[in-house]
Write a protein that binds this ligand. Structure first.
Ligand SMILES: Nc1nc2c(c(=O)[nH]1)N[C@H]1C(S)=C(S)[C@@H](COP(=O)(O)O)O[C@H]1N2
Ligand SMILES: [Mo]
Length: 309
């Protein structure tokens, strides 16, 4: 029997068992894999203390640290898949501040230390499905965005959450060209942001996030296409109306506000029915909501997901 809760195998006895026993197991830093010295990553050595989540984590095999850190989308560091790794040192996270403001009772600013120490950290093993039809399984470390929502206390009229990445064209090679309308921006409805699956990640494989994965803090929304999972966030604002999202602004007929993983809605230029897991040769079927239906399908009841793609 597996010791993890598999979110795809609905209705199985083990699911029921682990769902009822919402256990957390203390992870030892000794369980963190030892990284090869030759891997070209800007791995930050600091170990994080965290518990292992069994409620929402998949028991699928994780991609290797090397795969997760050498095949990235992070246009601020270049558009090639290896560019973020090669340009990782161009992103400076020193003196980072994450501002949380807008329609809230209690705006706050978090610094680097707050991000790893203020909230208990969990390891969440999530599938991430990119809109380009590849996927990875990543052992993220982070905390639920809900934890921040509880602190800032959004006002009644706040209906959406807007996210903004770093703007630093002097140092970020990708921002020297106007390939996107910088800074990168994303948004969620407030109920999506409050869903327990929605994570702010500060690490992976037991350590501080490598720059190419969006250090020092990035969003993970595992039931949506990867581009919603905005990296290197400097501002989170609570707002009244649907915020601007970078890819939706860039190409609205290809990338909607919702961008839920949906095998029944093709991208105008390719199918979304199947995906390639990085490291594998064949393809596998893409699942509705990336396999997270039981946690999130209720958020979209009554909505036409072909129209609201
Ligand atoms: N700021 C910013 N965030 C970003 C992107 C980006 O270009 N800039 N790319 C997105 C896309 S398209 C994907 S698939 C994921 C990739 O995350 P990973 O490189 O950690 O796997 O990050 C998302 N977040
Ligand atoms: Mo993506």
């Amino acid at each position: 029997m597996t010791n993890k809760y598999d979110i795809d195998k609905e209705n199985s006895i083990t699911d029921e068992f682990y769902f009822l026993n919402r256990r957390k197991i203390m992870a030892s830093i000794l369980s963190v894999p030892i990284l090869t010295q030759t891997s070209m990553v800007s791995s930050k050595e600091q170990n994080l203390f965290f518990t292992k989540d069994l409620d929402y984590s998949t028991n699928e095999e994780t991609n290797t640290f090397k795969q997760i850190t050498s095949y990235n989308n992070f246009y601020e560091l270049g558009t090639g898949k290896k560019d973020p790794m090669l340009n990782a040192n161009k992103l400076s996270t020193k003196n980072w501040k994450l501002t949380i403001d807008g329609l809230v009772d209690n705006p706050i600013v978090l610094d680097l230390e707050d991000l790893t120490k203020k909230f208990p950290l969990e390891e969440r093993i999530y599938r991430l499905r990119c809109v380009e039809a590849w996927s990875m399984v990543v052992p993220w470390i982070g905390f639920e965005l809900q934890k921040i929502i509880n602190i800032v206390k959004p006002l009644q009229k706040a209906k959406y959450v807007a996210f903004e990445s770093i703007l630093d064209p002097d140092n970020l090679p990708g921002q020297k060209r106007k390939i996107l309308n910088w800074p990168y921006r994303e948004g969620l409805r407030i109920d999506e942001a409050s869903n327990p699956l929605t994570l702010l990640s500060v690490g992976l494989y037991g350590k501080i996030l490598p720059n190419q994965n969006g250090s020092p803090v990035r969003l993970i929304v595992p039931w949506k296409y990867g581009f919603k999972s905005i990296k290197s966030i400097v501002r989170i604002s609570f707002v009244e109306s649907e915020p601007l999202c970078t890819w939706n602004e860039q190409t609205p007929n290809e990338y909607g506000f919702y961008s839920n993983v949906n095998p029944y809605v093709n991208h105008p230029r390719w199918s979304q029915k199947r995906e390639r897991r990085i490291g594998e040769f064949g393809k596998r079927d893409t699942l509705m909501f990336n396999g997270y239906s039981k946690f999130v399908s209720n958020l979209y009841e009554g909505m036409d997901l072909k129209k609201n793609f």
